[in-house]
Design a protein around this ligand. Structure first.
Ligand code: SAM
Ligand code: SF4
Length: 315
């Protein structure tokens, strides 16, 4: 269905958990998060019913995210059910990759046809510093398992943080070239843990282009500006929500693990979907779509209006 600004809303992101096996310092508090009560989390049956209602309104692409989606028990069976929803042609997952080695084949068999792996650094010490508890080797094992499982179009996402990993732009581009994958540099958004950070930590997409001037523009893919890496089949994507706001092309809605519809990543507006069925559920989703704001205001130096950390939204 269209929203008030004639944007076709056909992409649903479901965060199946706010829990994570990592504690990336820009995303989650060091001490982790308070464990939600079981009854506060929407069951997979409830999330499925919400997703089904969204497909009736025109959603054909679904991404499962988190927290870390692979830590939630039963997620494979859930993915399989989502893949069977009428009209769903694209089923994606976003993961930190650290648990992928144990389930990449099963994800493929479950019908997942797009995989995004978050990898902010190729340096083992830095990986530990950023994730606080993770290991680079587990993430790379996951990446290689995904390649072996036959996933095509794997996208590796790296959030650039000034003074932390901006010295690795060239290395990450070379990584993409070596494996023929798409490496997407994401601008750090001032939300949750990093909302009050100094501006020096923000690295724009333009910095990537200055650092790697040989990249060849090849168009765009939804929210990412795409570039070819000469001499390889690898590509670089620039996702620049702050410096190149893409709100006018926004086609997404989000559902959180506690069953709230978020019309916009950066708005505090949330619509409860739990306990609703049939027409009531449909009309709550429609009202959420109609509440999508025209745009966010990060480009003007404002911080996100969202009351949640990223681990509770899913990116
Ligand atoms: N745990 C999974 C992962 O890391 O891929 C899925 C959830 S995570 C919240 C989704 C994405 O959001 C990750 O790529 C993460 O780096 C990104 N992210 C988290 N906080 C961010 C921020 N402040 N600005 C930009 N991206 C952010
Ligand atoms: Fe976990 Fe992903 Fe947040 Fe890192 S970015 S703490 S892996 S949810």
């Amino acid at each position: 269905m269209d929203d008030l600004y004639n944007r076709k809303i056909d992409y649903l992101r479901i965060s199946v958990t706010d829990r994570c096996n990592l504690r990336c310092f820009y995303c989650m508090p060091e001490c982790g998060i308070e464990k939600s009560r079981h009854s506060d989390i929407a069951s997979f049956e409830e999330l499925y019913e919400m997703a089904l209602a969204c497909t009736a309104l025109g959603v054909h692409k679904i991404r499962v995210t988190g927290g870390e989606p692979l830590v939630r028990l039963g997620v494979l069976a859930f993915l399989k059910k989502l893949g069977g929803l009428p009209g769903v042609d694209t089923l994606c997952i976003t993961t930190n990759g650290s648990l992928l080695a144990g389930c990449a084949n099963e994800l493929k068999e479950a019908g997942v046809n797009r995989l995004n792996i978050s990898l902010d650094t190729l340096n083992p010490e830095k990986y530990r510093r950023i994730s606080r508890v993770g290991t680079l080797s587990a993430a790379l094992d996951g990446f290689h398992a995904a390649l072996s499982a036959g996933f095509e179009n794997i996208k590796v996402n790296a959030v650039l943080i000034g003074g932390v990993n901006d010295d690795e732009i060239e290395d990450l581009v070379n990584f993409a070239g070596k494996y023929g994958i798409t490496l997407r540099f994401i601008e750090l958004m001032p939300i949750g843990e990093c909302a009050g950070w100094d501006k020096s930590h923000f690295i724009s997409g333009e910095t990537v282009l200055k650092r790697v001037p040989g990249l060849v523009p090849i168009g765009s893919d939804g929210v990412a500006r795409l570039y070819g890496i000469p001499g390889t089949s690898g590509r670089v994507g620039l996702i620049s929500p702050v410096s190149h706001r893409f709100c006018s092309d926004c086609n997404r809605i989000r559902i959180t693990s506690d069953g709230k519809l978020k019309p916009c990543l950066h708005s505090e507006e949330e619509i409860n979907l739990r306990g609703l069925h049939g027409e009531e559920l449909l009309s709550a989703i429609k009202s959420g779509i109609l509440k999508k704001p025209l745009r966010h205001h990060l480009s003007e130096g404002e911080i996100s209006g969202s009351a949640r950390n990223m681990n509770a939204i899913g990116g």
